[in-house]
Design a protein around this ligand. Sequence first.
Ligand SMILES: Cc1cc2nc3c(=O)[nH]c(=O)nc-3n(C[C@H](O)[C@H](O)[C@H](O)COP(=O)(O)OP(=O)(O)OC[C@H]3O[C@@H](n4cnc5c(N)ncnc54)[C@H](O)[C@@H]3O)c2cc1C
Length: 666
Amino acid sequence: MPAMSSALSSAAASSPDELSVDVPALARLLDGRYRDVRDLVRTNLAEHASILEDAETMSCDDFRQRVLDVVQLMADTGQTGFGFPAEYGGGDDIGASIAAFETLALGDLSVVVKVGVQFGLFGGAILQLGTKPHHDAYLEDLIHARLLGCFAMTETGHGSNVQALGTTARYDADAQEFVIDTPDDRARKDYIGNAAMHASHAVVFAQLVVDGEGRGVHALVVPIRDDEGRPMPGVRIEDCGQKIGLNGVDNGRLWFDGVRVPRTSLLDRYAIVTEDGRYFSEIENPDRRFFTMLGTLVQGRVCVGGAAINAAKVGLAIAIEYGLHRRQFGDPGGTSEEVLLDYGMHQRRLFPLLARSYALHFAQERVAADLHAVFSDTSADGAAELARRSLESRAAGTKALGTWHASRTIQECREACGGAGYLSVNRFDALRADTDVFTTFEGDNTILMQLVAKGLLTDYKDSFEDLDQIGMVRFVASTAVETVLERTNARTILERLRDAVPGGGRGADDSPDAGLLDSSYHLELLTWREEHILSSVARRLKSGMDSGAEPARVFSLCQDHVISAAHAHVERIVLEAFLDKLETLDEGSNRDALKVLCDLFALSCIEDDRAWFLEHGRLSNARAKAVTAQVNELNRRVRPVAQELVDAFNIPREVLRAEILEFSGS
Ligand SMILES: Cc1cc2nc3c(=O)[nH]c(=O)nc-3n(C[C@H](O)[C@H](O)[C@H](O)COP(=O)(O)OP(=O)(O)OC[C@H]3O[C@@H](n4cnc5c(N)ncnc54)[C@H](O)[C@@H]3O)c2cc1C
């Protein structure tokens, strides 16, 4: 095992009111069932930690090669193959592959994204969309990174709206080949990881045309380079060039001009084309077919969310440790200056983000477990189908909140380290630049939040996947609004009664503080917010439609409201995941510390949205102020165990790297 912080082996001394943390036990809890997998990745990260420095010193081409070398070395240890079938050299364990990917994000993020492209996107598409002949042809080589590939979905003209892609794959029955074409520059494949230098093959998403009839977007395996690394005939490749971050990944553009591939290149799990040019699919509805295909690729989204949350932990580990040593200002008569973390504002800036990282960690653990369960279950009954839809929604929401959280946290931590935070050697440079795009790829966050809202508004009805935005508005206006209103109204009467009491109906006294640390009160507030927003969105959509407005216009006018509903929903399920985790823990110091973090997370959410709660009469002025005072008090309680709480992230010292930590004497 790589070296860890000394605090990992010692529990802090405690007084009755003071929290203490058993760091090794908390680290074990965070690692969960995949501790060995995570330890393997930590060992690999420590071994290749010099790549963090290489990112700053090497030329772009050299660094891309270095990233590839590290990915291939890691593949040799089995770290990247957990999610693939054992018969091809994989580990047959999807949960393990997510744990490995998340842990990898403690280190260089170009390596993470290169791994994501090669094994998650390229490998995942062949595994999930292909059938045995494709698995036999490619999986063993790609798992061992001998065959390098890319995932060519996005085009310059279409990223979020994949159904509107322009690339075509026409079946030529005489030759039994597909002919791939890029009709214009808007249809060129863009931003494609691994395409500019390393990939020999691409999974290309294109509009399938069979016997003159368009069949929607399907995926095909297309060789793009020959054995010498030259583009195949008809393939044009261009480098996307320098990016804000992730410059160890070779993103590129692809054009296809009459490129011919055999009929068997079609990844045909969901649709086949016969030799004589007939198209068959068990899923008749083309929209449903498309969303079913895309749904099988949800793992990438889950992985990116988990990676972002872990990147945020790295930022917090550096900023909190630095804040415990760095002194600035203080009592003029005193002998030494104050440490930064003793300042209330410093605690304010960092501890709610620390609490949110823990909350998101447990929410991510839940979504990863759901993914593992759903993809290990081969039944196709209604319950399995509903579980898939609910997973897609949960994955979208957790990815969006996790990646937004990473950007916000890393920036705050950078500032919390002052000028030192700006030096590349202290890691924030790469962390900030490399995580930035996590909010965009694997689904733009704003689009993902619309997906979450769509699921809520339609209550995951059968037709959920067939609906575009316009269809969704019509659906809500015609049938779903009653269901949403029924669901939400049932609670309202009960809630109004409770509302009459400032303490949420719980405290024996009527003081503004009453019941503020009651977890069920937190959950009720967040649930009430979600249901209130959801029902008012449903009403607005319906009244817009009733007034005769165009569905597209109605949706566009309500869009911010729709996103708020999704946001409220995801924060509620994150809180629930944290509370569920607390339920599983034995009484003891770690449970107490996590309860404080959970309270801090919940009250910070309420405080962040206190204007809304005030507007809607759910908080009185006095209670809103009491929430703020309680957040400060919780920060004060976290302060003595802040170091232990980041030590429990178990980030190898080698990848923490930051020089400021050595300078500060730790
Ligand atoms: C570094 C990097 C690596 C990538 N790697 C790959 C890869 O390997 N393979 C691949 O296929 N793709 C890849 N992508 C592409 C990525 O998945 C897309 O950029 C992403 O899906 C967003 O698409 P877009 O860029 O076309 O943005 P758009 O879809 O045009 O969105 C632009 C903005 O408009 C907003 N917007 C769009 N539609 C709506 C709407 N209906 N309502 C409200 N707002 C809207 C979005 O929220 C967003 O803020 C990569 C991108 C980058 C930057």
